[in-house]
Write a protein that binds this ligand. Structure first.
Ligand SMILES: Nc1ncnc2c1ncn2[C@@H]1O[C@H](COP(=O)(O)OP(=O)(O)OP(=O)(O)O)[C@@H](O)[C@H]1O
Ligand SMILES: [Mg+2]
Length: 457
Protein backbone atom coordinates (compact mmCIF):
# COMPACT_ATOMS: atom_id res chain seq x y z
CA UNK A 1 0.00 0.00 0.00
CA UNK A 2 1.50 3.34 -1.00
CA UNK A 3 1.13 6.67 0.79
CA UNK A 4 -1.76 7.85 -1.38
CA UNK A 5 -3.72 4.66 -0.80
CA UNK A 6 -2.97 5.02 2.88
CA UNK A 7 -4.23 8.59 2.94
CA UNK A 8 -7.34 7.51 1.06
CA UNK A 9 -7.93 4.69 3.53
CA UNK A 10 -7.63 7.08 6.46
CA UNK A 11 -9.87 9.62 4.76
CA UNK A 12 -12.64 7.16 4.06
CA UNK A 13 -12.30 5.47 7.44
CA UNK A 14 -11.67 8.57 9.52
CA UNK A 15 -14.66 7.86 11.76
CA UNK A 16 -13.18 4.49 12.77
CA UNK A 17 -9.81 6.08 13.48
CA UNK A 18 -11.36 8.98 15.41
CA UNK A 19 -13.48 6.64 17.52
CA UNK A 20 -10.53 4.39 18.44
CA UNK A 21 -8.41 7.42 19.34
CA UNK A 22 -11.23 8.65 21.55
CA UNK A 23 -11.54 5.21 23.16
CA UNK A 24 -7.77 5.17 23.74
CA UNK A 25 -7.89 8.61 25.38
CA UNK A 26 -10.93 7.75 27.51
CA UNK A 27 -9.20 4.51 28.54
CA UNK A 28 -6.12 6.49 29.59
CA UNK A 29 -8.25 8.93 31.59
CA UNK A 30 -10.14 6.05 33.23
CA UNK A 31 -6.90 4.26 34.16
CA UNK A 32 -5.52 7.52 35.56
CA UNK A 33 -8.63 8.20 37.62
CA UNK A 34 -8.91 4.63 38.88
CA UNK A 35 -5.25 4.32 39.90
CA UNK A 36 -4.64 4.95 43.60
CA UNK A 37 -2.10 7.77 43.84
CA UNK A 38 1.24 6.59 45.18
CA UNK A 39 3.95 8.83 46.68
CA UNK A 40 7.61 8.18 46.37
CA UNK A 41 10.15 8.96 49.09
CA UNK A 42 13.83 8.25 48.61
CA UNK A 43 17.00 8.12 50.69
CA UNK A 44 20.63 7.73 49.68
CA UNK A 45 23.09 5.42 51.34
CA UNK A 46 26.84 5.67 51.19
CA UNK A 47 28.88 2.48 51.47
CA UNK A 48 32.34 2.95 52.90
CA UNK A 49 34.97 0.25 53.01
CA UNK A 50 38.40 0.22 54.51
CA UNK A 51 41.17 -0.44 52.04
CA UNK A 52 44.90 -0.66 52.30
CA UNK A 53 47.36 1.86 50.89
CA UNK A 54 49.14 -0.21 48.22
CA UNK A 55 47.90 -0.31 44.62
CA UNK A 56 46.93 -3.95 44.99
CA UNK A 57 45.04 -3.14 48.17
CA UNK A 58 43.23 -0.29 46.47
CA UNK A 59 42.19 -2.59 43.64
CA UNK A 60 41.04 -5.22 46.09
CA UNK A 61 39.20 -2.53 48.03
CA UNK A 62 37.37 -1.32 44.97
CA UNK A 63 36.17 -4.79 44.11
CA UNK A 64 35.20 -5.32 47.73
CA UNK A 65 33.12 -2.11 47.73
CA UNK A 66 31.41 -3.04 44.48
CA UNK A 67 30.48 -6.47 45.80
CA UNK A 68 29.22 -4.86 48.96
CA UNK A 69 27.05 -2.38 47.04
CA UNK A 70 25.52 -5.23 45.03
CA UNK A 71 24.84 -7.37 48.08
CA UNK A 72 23.41 -4.45 50.05
CA UNK A 73 21.00 -3.65 47.24
CA UNK A 74 19.68 -7.20 47.54
CA UNK A 75 19.41 -7.01 51.31
CA UNK A 76 17.55 -3.68 51.13
CA UNK A 77 14.65 -5.31 49.37
CA UNK A 78 14.81 -8.45 51.48
CA UNK A 79 12.27 -9.85 53.86
CA UNK A 80 14.26 -9.43 57.07
CA UNK A 81 14.66 -5.71 56.66
CA UNK A 82 11.04 -5.28 55.61
CA UNK A 83 9.87 -7.11 58.73
CA UNK A 84 12.14 -5.04 60.99
CA UNK A 85 10.76 -1.84 59.47
CA UNK A 86 7.17 -3.01 59.91
CA UNK A 87 7.85 -3.91 63.56
CA UNK A 88 9.54 -0.61 64.23
CA UNK A 89 6.78 1.51 62.68
CA UNK A 90 3.92 -0.80 63.75
CA UNK A 91 2.66 -0.96 60.15
CA UNK A 92 -0.42 -2.92 59.20
CA UNK A 93 1.04 -4.80 56.25
CA UNK A 94 2.96 -7.96 55.46
CA UNK A 95 6.66 -8.03 54.69
CA UNK A 96 5.91 -9.09 51.11
CA UNK A 97 3.63 -6.07 50.63
CA UNK A 98 6.31 -3.73 51.84
CA UNK A 99 9.04 -5.45 49.79
CA UNK A 100 6.96 -4.94 46.66
CA UNK A 101 7.12 -1.19 47.18
CA UNK A 102 10.83 -0.86 47.94
CA UNK A 103 13.43 -0.42 45.25
CA UNK A 104 17.20 -0.16 45.74
CA UNK A 105 19.42 0.95 42.87
CA UNK A 106 23.09 1.79 42.60
CA UNK A 107 24.90 3.50 39.78
CA UNK A 108 27.82 1.44 38.45
CA UNK A 109 31.28 2.58 39.63
CA UNK A 110 29.82 4.35 42.68
CA UNK A 111 29.28 3.33 46.27
CA UNK A 112 25.91 5.06 46.47
CA UNK A 113 22.64 3.21 46.84
CA UNK A 114 19.31 4.97 46.28
CA UNK A 115 16.35 3.54 48.16
CA UNK A 116 12.87 4.38 46.87
CA UNK A 117 9.68 3.64 48.73
CA UNK A 118 6.18 3.90 47.26
CA UNK A 119 3.16 4.37 49.50
CA UNK A 120 -0.36 5.73 49.28
CA UNK A 121 0.45 8.21 52.10
CA UNK A 122 3.25 10.72 51.53
CA UNK A 123 4.12 10.86 55.22
CA UNK A 124 4.23 7.10 55.56
CA UNK A 125 6.36 6.86 52.42
CA UNK A 126 8.91 9.15 54.05
CA UNK A 127 8.76 7.29 57.41
CA UNK A 128 9.20 3.90 55.79
CA UNK A 129 12.12 5.11 53.65
CA UNK A 130 13.90 6.63 56.67
CA UNK A 131 13.20 3.79 59.09
CA UNK A 132 14.14 1.15 56.54
CA UNK A 133 17.43 2.96 55.87
CA UNK A 134 18.17 3.42 59.58
CA UNK A 135 17.43 -0.25 60.20
CA UNK A 136 19.68 -1.15 57.31
CA UNK A 137 22.59 0.79 58.78
CA UNK A 138 22.13 -1.21 62.00
CA UNK A 139 21.76 -4.47 60.12
CA UNK A 140 24.96 -3.94 58.16
CA UNK A 141 26.83 -3.17 61.33
CA UNK A 142 25.58 -6.43 62.85
CA UNK A 143 26.45 -8.43 59.76
CA UNK A 144 29.86 -6.91 59.09
CA UNK A 145 31.26 -6.87 62.63
CA UNK A 146 33.64 -9.84 62.99
CA UNK A 147 33.02 -12.22 65.90
CA UNK A 148 36.18 -11.12 67.66
CA UNK A 149 34.63 -7.67 68.04
CA UNK A 150 37.15 -5.80 65.87
CA UNK A 151 35.83 -2.92 63.79
CA UNK A 152 33.98 -3.92 60.57
CA UNK A 153 35.59 -3.58 57.14
CA UNK A 154 32.51 -2.00 55.69
CA UNK A 155 29.79 0.27 56.90
CA UNK A 156 26.81 2.17 55.57
CA UNK A 157 25.99 5.79 56.23
CA UNK A 158 22.56 7.29 55.61
CA UNK A 159 23.83 10.16 53.53
CA UNK A 160 20.49 11.69 52.55
CA UNK A 161 17.22 11.31 54.43
CA UNK A 162 13.80 11.24 52.82
CA UNK A 163 11.41 14.15 52.92
CA UNK A 164 7.65 14.21 52.39
CA UNK A 165 6.94 14.01 48.64
CA UNK A 166 4.59 16.78 47.55
CA UNK A 167 3.10 15.22 44.42
CA UNK A 168 2.20 11.59 43.73
CA UNK A 169 4.49 9.80 41.29
CA UNK A 170 1.76 7.33 40.24
CA UNK A 171 -0.43 7.70 38.17
CA UNK A 172 1.63 9.39 35.49
CA UNK A 173 -1.13 11.37 33.79
CA UNK A 174 0.87 12.71 30.84
CA UNK A 175 2.43 9.35 30.11
CA UNK A 176 -0.92 7.55 30.36
CA UNK A 177 -2.55 10.01 27.96
CA UNK A 178 0.37 9.70 25.54
CA UNK A 179 0.20 5.89 25.67
CA UNK A 180 -3.62 5.99 25.26
CA UNK A 181 -3.25 8.30 22.28
CA UNK A 182 -0.54 6.20 20.67
CA UNK A 183 -2.48 2.96 21.19
CA UNK A 184 -5.64 4.65 19.89
CA UNK A 185 -3.88 5.79 16.72
CA UNK A 186 -2.30 2.38 16.12
CA UNK A 187 -5.51 0.48 16.85
CA UNK A 188 -7.45 2.93 14.67
CA UNK A 189 -5.18 2.43 11.69
CA UNK A 190 -5.24 -1.34 12.24
CA UNK A 191 -9.01 -1.40 12.50
CA UNK A 192 -9.39 0.80 9.43
CA UNK A 193 -7.23 -1.73 7.57
CA UNK A 194 -9.27 -4.69 8.78
CA UNK A 195 -12.54 -2.98 7.92
CA UNK A 196 -11.18 -2.18 4.52
CA UNK A 197 -10.17 -5.80 3.95
CA UNK A 198 -13.59 -7.02 5.06
CA UNK A 199 -15.43 -4.38 3.05
CA UNK A 200 -16.39 -5.88 -0.28
CA UNK A 201 -18.58 -3.07 -1.49
CA UNK A 202 -17.90 -1.35 -4.79
CA UNK A 203 -15.99 1.81 -4.03
CA UNK A 204 -13.81 2.59 -6.98
CA UNK A 205 -14.22 3.14 -10.67
CA UNK A 206 -11.89 0.31 -11.67
CA UNK A 207 -13.89 -2.29 -9.77
CA UNK A 208 -17.15 -0.96 -11.15
CA UNK A 209 -15.88 -1.09 -14.71
CA UNK A 210 -14.34 -4.50 -14.21
CA UNK A 211 -17.48 -6.13 -12.80
CA UNK A 212 -19.93 -4.51 -15.18
CA UNK A 213 -17.61 -4.97 -18.12
CA UNK A 214 -18.63 -1.54 -19.34
CA UNK A 215 -17.58 2.07 -18.95
CA UNK A 216 -18.76 4.47 -16.29
CA UNK A 217 -21.09 6.99 -17.84
CA UNK A 218 -22.03 8.86 -14.70
CA UNK A 219 -20.77 9.71 -11.24
CA UNK A 220 -23.62 11.15 -9.24
CA UNK A 221 -22.45 12.77 -6.02
CA UNK A 222 -24.14 12.34 -2.69
CA UNK A 223 -26.40 15.32 -2.13
CA UNK A 224 -28.46 15.39 1.07
CA UNK A 225 -30.98 17.82 -0.48
CA UNK A 226 -32.14 15.03 -2.79
CA UNK A 227 -33.70 13.20 0.14
CA UNK A 228 -36.19 15.99 0.68
CA UNK A 229 -36.52 17.09 -2.93
CA UNK A 230 -35.50 14.39 -5.42
CA UNK A 231 -35.92 16.58 -8.53
CA UNK A 232 -33.22 19.17 -9.23
CA UNK A 233 -34.35 22.54 -10.57
CA UNK A 234 -31.86 22.59 -13.44
CA UNK A 235 -32.59 26.21 -14.20
CA UNK A 236 -29.50 28.12 -13.10
CA UNK A 237 -28.34 25.20 -11.00
CA UNK A 238 -24.62 24.68 -11.28
CA UNK A 239 -24.28 22.52 -8.21
CA UNK A 240 -22.00 19.48 -8.54
CA UNK A 241 -24.97 17.11 -8.75
CA UNK A 242 -26.64 19.10 -11.55
CA UNK A 243 -23.33 19.13 -13.43
CA UNK A 244 -23.00 15.39 -12.89
CA UNK A 245 -26.41 14.82 -14.54
CA UNK A 246 -25.45 17.09 -17.44
CA UNK A 247 -22.31 15.04 -17.84
CA UNK A 248 -24.39 11.83 -17.84
CA UNK A 249 -26.65 13.38 -20.49
CA UNK A 250 -23.64 14.23 -22.66
CA UNK A 251 -22.17 10.76 -22.25
CA UNK A 252 -25.47 9.17 -23.28
CA UNK A 253 -25.39 11.17 -26.47
CA UNK A 254 -21.98 9.70 -27.26
CA UNK A 255 -23.10 6.10 -26.76
CA UNK A 256 -23.87 4.05 -29.85
CA UNK A 257 -23.82 7.08 -32.15
CA UNK A 258 -25.12 5.08 -35.13
CA UNK A 259 -28.13 3.88 -33.26
CA UNK A 260 -28.52 6.12 -30.23
CA UNK A 261 -30.44 4.54 -27.37
CA UNK A 262 -33.78 6.23 -26.73
CA UNK A 263 -35.65 3.82 -24.50
CA UNK A 264 -33.36 3.55 -21.50
CA UNK A 265 -34.00 1.41 -18.44
CA UNK A 266 -32.38 2.35 -15.15
CA UNK A 267 -31.82 -0.52 -12.80
CA UNK A 268 -29.51 -1.66 -10.02
CA UNK A 269 -28.60 -4.75 -8.03
CA UNK A 270 -30.41 -4.06 -4.77
CA UNK A 271 -33.00 -1.56 -3.43
CA UNK A 272 -32.18 2.06 -2.57
CA UNK A 273 -29.36 2.63 -5.01
CA UNK A 274 -30.83 5.85 -6.37
CA UNK A 275 -32.62 4.53 -9.48
CA UNK A 276 -35.73 6.66 -9.15
CA UNK A 277 -33.83 9.83 -8.19
CA UNK A 278 -31.43 9.34 -11.09
CA UNK A 279 -34.25 8.56 -13.54
CA UNK A 280 -36.03 11.83 -12.69
CA UNK A 281 -32.91 13.97 -12.90
CA UNK A 282 -31.53 12.35 -16.02
CA UNK A 283 -34.88 13.06 -17.66
CA UNK A 284 -34.76 16.66 -16.39
CA UNK A 285 -31.21 17.10 -17.69
CA UNK A 286 -32.32 15.83 -21.11
CA UNK A 287 -35.34 18.15 -20.99
CA UNK A 288 -33.02 21.04 -20.18
CA UNK A 289 -31.24 20.39 -23.49
CA UNK A 290 -34.62 20.74 -25.24
CA UNK A 291 -35.25 17.05 -25.72
CA UNK A 292 -38.77 15.76 -25.53
CA UNK A 293 -38.57 13.35 -22.59
CA UNK A 294 -40.89 11.07 -20.67
CA UNK A 295 -39.93 9.35 -17.45
CA UNK A 296 -41.77 6.10 -16.82
CA UNK A 297 -42.21 4.38 -13.46
CA UNK A 298 -41.48 0.77 -14.31
CA UNK A 299 -41.36 -0.21 -10.64
CA UNK A 300 -44.87 -1.63 -10.41
CA UNK A 301 -44.24 -3.11 -6.97
CA UNK A 302 -43.05 -0.15 -4.96
CA UNK A 303 -43.67 2.82 -7.23
CA UNK A 304 -42.14 6.13 -6.12
CA UNK A 305 -42.06 8.54 -9.06
CA UNK A 306 -45.51 9.97 -8.28
CA UNK A 307 -44.42 10.61 -4.69
CA UNK A 308 -41.09 12.11 -5.70
CA UNK A 309 -42.82 14.41 -8.22
CA UNK A 310 -46.05 15.13 -6.33
CA UNK A 311 -48.32 13.56 -8.93
CA UNK A 312 -51.41 11.37 -8.90
CA UNK A 313 -50.42 7.71 -8.89
CA UNK A 314 -53.72 5.97 -9.63
CA UNK A 315 -53.45 5.93 -13.43
CA UNK A 316 -50.19 4.96 -15.11
CA UNK A 317 -48.18 2.22 -16.82
CA UNK A 318 -50.12 -0.72 -15.29
CA UNK A 319 -53.44 0.87 -16.28
CA UNK A 320 -52.22 1.46 -19.85
CA UNK A 321 -50.80 -2.07 -20.26
CA UNK A 322 -54.01 -3.63 -18.94
CA UNK A 323 -55.98 -1.53 -21.40
CA UNK A 324 -57.95 0.39 -18.77
CA UNK A 325 -56.64 3.76 -19.93
CA UNK A 326 -55.03 5.24 -23.01
CA UNK A 327 -51.53 6.72 -22.98
CA UNK A 328 -53.02 10.16 -23.47
CA UNK A 329 -55.08 9.77 -20.33
CA UNK A 330 -52.18 8.42 -18.32
CA UNK A 331 -49.36 10.81 -19.27
CA UNK A 332 -49.00 13.71 -16.86
CA UNK A 333 -47.10 16.95 -17.06
CA UNK A 334 -44.97 17.45 -13.97
CA UNK A 335 -44.36 20.79 -12.35
CA UNK A 336 -40.77 20.58 -13.58
CA UNK A 337 -40.20 22.27 -16.94
CA UNK A 338 -40.39 19.98 -19.98
CA UNK A 339 -40.91 16.77 -18.05
CA UNK A 340 -43.72 14.35 -18.92
CA UNK A 341 -44.33 11.47 -16.52
CA UNK A 342 -45.99 8.10 -16.77
CA UNK A 343 -46.48 6.94 -13.19
CA UNK A 344 -46.78 3.24 -12.28
CA UNK A 345 -50.53 3.18 -11.85
CA UNK A 346 -52.35 0.84 -9.47
CA UNK A 347 -50.12 -1.93 -8.10
CA UNK A 348 -51.03 -5.09 -10.06
CA UNK A 349 -50.88 -8.65 -8.65
CA UNK A 350 -48.62 -9.87 -11.52
CA UNK A 351 -46.07 -7.13 -12.40
CA UNK A 352 -43.54 -9.36 -14.21
CA UNK A 353 -46.21 -10.90 -16.38
CA UNK A 354 -47.69 -7.51 -17.18
CA UNK A 355 -44.31 -6.01 -18.09
CA UNK A 356 -43.48 -8.99 -20.32
CA UNK A 357 -46.75 -8.75 -22.22
CA UNK A 358 -47.11 -7.69 -25.83
CA UNK A 359 -49.23 -4.83 -24.60
CA UNK A 360 -46.29 -3.51 -22.60
CA UNK A 361 -44.06 -3.60 -25.68
CA UNK A 362 -46.72 -1.77 -27.64
CA UNK A 363 -46.92 0.89 -24.96
CA UNK A 364 -43.14 1.33 -24.98
CA UNK A 365 -43.14 1.51 -28.77
CA UNK A 366 -45.79 4.19 -28.67
CA UNK A 367 -43.82 6.17 -26.12
CA UNK A 368 -40.73 5.88 -28.31
CA UNK A 369 -42.63 7.28 -31.26
CA UNK A 370 -43.83 10.26 -29.24
CA UNK A 371 -40.67 11.17 -27.34
CA UNK A 372 -36.99 11.62 -28.04
CA UNK A 373 -36.12 9.79 -24.83
CA UNK A 374 -38.05 7.31 -22.71
CA UNK A 375 -36.36 6.99 -19.32
CA UNK A 376 -37.69 3.96 -17.44
CA UNK A 377 -37.20 3.60 -13.69
CA UNK A 378 -37.33 -0.03 -12.56
CA UNK A 379 -36.88 -2.51 -9.74
CA UNK A 380 -33.62 -3.97 -8.40
CA UNK A 381 -32.36 -6.90 -10.49
CA UNK A 382 -31.68 -9.23 -7.59
CA UNK A 383 -35.14 -8.92 -6.06
CA UNK A 384 -37.47 -9.67 -8.97
CA UNK A 385 -37.34 -10.25 -12.72
CA UNK A 386 -39.28 -7.06 -13.62
CA UNK A 387 -36.21 -5.03 -14.46
CA UNK A 388 -34.68 -7.76 -16.61
CA UNK A 389 -37.97 -8.07 -18.50
CA UNK A 390 -38.10 -4.31 -19.09
CA UNK A 391 -34.40 -4.23 -19.96
CA UNK A 392 -34.88 -6.84 -22.65
CA UNK A 393 -37.46 -4.60 -24.30
CA UNK A 394 -35.32 -1.47 -24.12
CA UNK A 395 -32.55 0.05 -26.23
CA UNK A 396 -30.18 -0.17 -23.32
CA UNK A 397 -29.69 -0.36 -19.60
CA UNK A 398 -27.92 1.96 -17.20
CA UNK A 399 -26.67 0.09 -14.17
CA UNK A 400 -26.82 2.15 -10.97
CA UNK A 401 -24.32 1.23 -8.29
CA UNK A 402 -24.43 2.97 -4.96
CA UNK A 403 -20.94 3.87 -3.78
CA UNK A 404 -19.74 1.82 -0.78
CA UNK A 405 -23.09 0.05 -0.48
CA UNK A 406 -23.55 -2.48 -3.26
CA UNK A 407 -21.46 -5.60 -2.68
CA UNK A 408 -19.26 -6.92 -5.45
CA UNK A 409 -21.06 -10.29 -5.58
CA UNK A 410 -24.42 -8.53 -5.78
CA UNK A 411 -23.29 -6.49 -8.74
CA UNK A 412 -21.77 -9.57 -10.39
CA UNK A 413 -25.07 -11.41 -9.98
CA UNK A 414 -27.09 -8.50 -11.27
CA UNK A 415 -24.93 -8.21 -14.37
CA UNK A 416 -25.36 -11.96 -14.94
CA UNK A 417 -29.15 -11.52 -14.69
CA UNK A 418 -28.99 -8.87 -17.41
CA UNK A 419 -26.79 -11.11 -19.52
CA UNK A 420 -29.35 -13.94 -19.24
CA UNK A 421 -31.95 -11.85 -21.04
CA UNK A 422 -29.36 -10.41 -23.44
CA UNK A 423 -30.20 -6.88 -22.38
CA UNK A 424 -27.79 -4.31 -23.83
CA UNK A 425 -25.80 -2.62 -21.09
CA UNK A 426 -25.06 0.99 -21.96
CA UNK A 427 -22.87 1.74 -19.00
CA UNK A 428 -22.53 1.94 -15.26
CA UNK A 429 -23.50 4.90 -13.07
CA UNK A 430 -21.97 5.41 -9.66
CA UNK A 431 -24.55 6.96 -7.35
CA UNK A 432 -24.30 8.74 -4.01
CA UNK A 433 -20.54 9.13 -4.35
CA UNK A 434 -19.24 11.08 -1.32
CA UNK A 435 -17.53 14.35 -2.23
CA UNK A 436 -14.27 13.31 -0.55
CA UNK A 437 -13.93 10.09 -2.51
CA UNK A 438 -11.40 9.98 -5.33
CA UNK A 439 -14.01 8.58 -7.72
CA UNK A 440 -16.02 11.76 -7.34
CA UNK A 441 -13.27 14.34 -7.66
CA UNK A 442 -12.17 12.59 -10.85
CA UNK A 443 -15.63 12.74 -12.32
CA UNK A 444 -16.25 16.28 -11.17
CA UNK A 445 -13.08 17.57 -12.76
CA UNK A 446 -14.13 16.24 -16.13
CA UNK A 447 -17.80 16.78 -15.37
CA UNK A 448 -17.33 20.53 -15.19
CA UNK A 449 -15.75 20.65 -18.60
CA UNK A 450 -18.35 18.58 -20.39
CA UNK A 451 -21.13 20.09 -18.27
CA UNK A 452 -20.36 23.49 -19.76
CA UNK A 453 -20.20 22.01 -23.23
CA UNK A 454 -23.41 20.15 -22.66
CA UNK A 455 -25.35 23.16 -21.38
CA UNK A 456 -24.69 24.75 -24.72
CA UNK A 457 -26.27 21.87 -26.62
N1 LIG B 1 -27.48 11.54 -5.18
C1 LIG B 1 -28.10 11.33 -4.03
N2 LIG B 1 -27.65 11.96 -2.91
C2 LIG B 1 -28.24 11.73 -1.73
N3 LIG B 1 -29.29 10.92 -1.55
C3 LIG B 1 -29.78 10.28 -2.62
C4 LIG B 1 -29.22 10.44 -3.91
N4 LIG B 1 -29.92 9.68 -4.77
C5 LIG B 1 -30.89 9.06 -4.05
N5 LIG B 1 -30.81 9.42 -2.75
C6 LIG B 1 -31.65 8.95 -1.66
O1 LIG B 1 -31.49 7.55 -1.50
C7 LIG B 1 -32.71 6.90 -1.24
C8 LIG B 1 -33.01 5.90 -2.33
O2 LIG B 1 -33.14 6.61 -3.56
P1 LIG B 1 -34.13 6.13 -4.68
O3 LIG B 1 -35.53 5.99 -4.19
O4 LIG B 1 -33.90 7.01 -5.84
O5 LIG B 1 -33.51 4.69 -4.92
P2 LIG B 1 -34.11 3.49 -5.71
O6 LIG B 1 -32.93 2.72 -6.20
O7 LIG B 1 -35.10 3.94 -6.68
O8 LIG B 1 -34.80 2.69 -4.55
P3 LIG B 1 -35.85 1.48 -4.72
O9 LIG B 1 -35.02 0.28 -5.05
O10 LIG B 1 -36.47 1.36 -3.37
O11 LIG B 1 -36.78 1.87 -5.80
C9 LIG B 1 -33.76 8.02 -1.19
O12 LIG B 1 -33.93 8.40 0.17
C10 LIG B 1 -33.12 9.14 -1.96
O13 LIG B 1 -33.57 10.40 -1.52
MG1 LIG C 1 -37.09 3.43 -7.01
Amino acid sequence: MNIQEYAKLLRTRWVTVAVTILVGLLGAVAVTLLTTPLYKASTRLFVSTISGSSIADTYQGNRFSQERVDSYSELLTGQTLAQRTIDKLGLDMTAAELQANVKATSKPQTVLITVEVLDSSPVRARDIANTLSDEFVVMVRELETPEDGTSPDSRVVLEQRASIPDAPSVPKTTRNIAVGLALGVLAGIGLAHVRDLLDNTVKDSDTLEEITGSGIVGNIPLDKDRRKKPAIAFDNDNSPIAEAFRKLRTNLQFLAVDNPPRVIVLTSSVPSEGKSTTAINLALALAEADHNVVVVDGDLRRPTLHKYLDLVGAVGLSTVISGQASLDDALQKSSMPGLTVLTAGAVPPNPSELLGSLSARTALAELRSRFDYVIVDSTPLLAVTDAAVLAAASDGVLMMTRFGYTKREQLTHAIANLGNVSAPLLGAVFTMVPARSAAYSYSYYYGEESGKKASGT
